[in-house]
Design a protein around this ligand. Sequence first.
Ligand SMILES: *[C@@H]1O[C@H](CO)[C@@H](O)[C@H](O)[C@H]1NC(C)=O
Ligand SMILES: *[C@@H]1O[C@H](CO)[C@@H](O)[C@H](O)[C@H]1NC(C)=O
Ligand SMILES: *[C@@H]1O[C@H](CO)[C@@H](O)[C@H](O)[C@H]1NC(C)=O
Ligand SMILES: *[C@@H]1O[C@H](CO)[C@@H](O)[C@H](O)[C@H]1NC(C)=O
Length: 367
Amino acid sequence: MGDLEGGSNKNLGDGPQYQQFSSRNVVKILVLFSAVALSILLLYHSSSYPLQFFTNSSYKPGNTTPSSIAGNLLDTANVSAQRTQPLTKLEEVLEKAAMEDKTVIITTLNAAWTAPNSIFDVFLESFTIGNQTKPLLKHVLVVALDQTAYSRCLEKHYLHCYALTTEGVDFSGEAYFLSDDYLKMIWRRIDFLRTVLQTGYNFIFTDADILWFRQPFAHFYPDTDFQIACDHYWYDSFDLDNSPNGGFNFVKSNNRSIQFYKFWYDAREAHPGKMDQDVLNMIKHDPFVKEIGLKIRFLDTALFGGFCEPSKDLNFVCTMHANCCIGLENKIHDLTMAIDDWKKFMALPADERMSKPQIWTVPRICG
Ligand SMILES: *[C@@H]1O[C@H](CO)[C@@H](O)[C@H](O)[C@H]1NC(C)=O
Ligand SMILES: *[C@@H]1O[C@H](CO)[C@@H](O)[C@H](O)[C@H]1NC(C)=O
Ligand SMILES: *[C@@H]1O[C@H](CO)[C@@H](O)[C@H](O)[C@H]1NC(C)=O
Ligand SMILES: *[C@@H]1O[C@H](CO)[C@@H](O)[C@H](O)[C@H]1NC(C)=O
């Protein structure tokens, strides 16, 4: 499941940014406050299409959507500059985050998921204890769905942060699995990822409840437009009957993938109340996908596993997803155990590590 549902968010509003009122913080708060005030003014004055975002990089001045303005303002508060170049901030942040081949690692986060000691911290920790995954952190783009998540991202200076706000929707708190807000958040993300493709960047999308323990690149299929992890893998990477999981995928930017993301996003209207992953399962056999020639393959859970189907040997695992697990507290519990498993594995002498398959102690609460 590609899931952003929050559980308890009792820590919200209690983050470090609210605890010390140094003059620097007061200035920061004033700047943010005026940015919010300005964006409200702009929202009030702007017309139509509140849910159409960054639809085309050849955007005309004056055709700016409220959300892109709000996103940009968080950084610069320069209205005149942003009005004439609404895409600059996204292009800029993609350029900074991207690897040489124009690939970015993207995750989306809200306040509940970035609260101290929440999913965000576990996610980041995995990169630092993984095998050669630490250098990847500088290619991570955090797409913040609310102000708190954005501030929490900015605190981590090695990350790239982008504010993606939606008029009239508050994504900050608990968004229970398959609730209206949850679905809006999920679909907002698909639409955003299409924009990234259209801007010319490939992406690895990763849910933040996925631990990264090894670099994935050597295991990606060449010459493939869309490759996606699975809840359950049926031992054939071409088999459309695999159960894809929207939480982890690698997508190359080209006409086929852009068309596919548009098709996927539009298909939500024919399937109200369904999440992206369910709709993907409905459209993956659609003749249109064949027609546009999208090359789609599925990643093996032995490498890109999760609590639904854990990889069988830590000697090979790249990522570990808290899928088949509902509730923030449950996810944090079992992901923390997975982190401990990994630390123990890495502490073993090399010959012992490789002498036999090394297995997980998770899922415990999840699964
Ligand atoms: C963007 O818009 C221009 C004209 O408005 C159009 O020619 C072009 O095909 C569009 N690009 C995409 C990727 O939709
Ligand atoms: C805002 O942007 C405009 C146009 O890029 C620039 O001329 C102006 O100096 C900027 N103002 C501030 C306060 O940065
Ligand atoms: C870490 O990566 C290096 C280089 O790929 C490899 O030689 C080493 O065996 C890896 N260590 C583990 C624990 O997988
Ligand atoms: C997309 O297709 C158009 C023609 O249909 C072509 O001109 C353009 O180069 C293609 N763009 C990419 C990125 O493949």
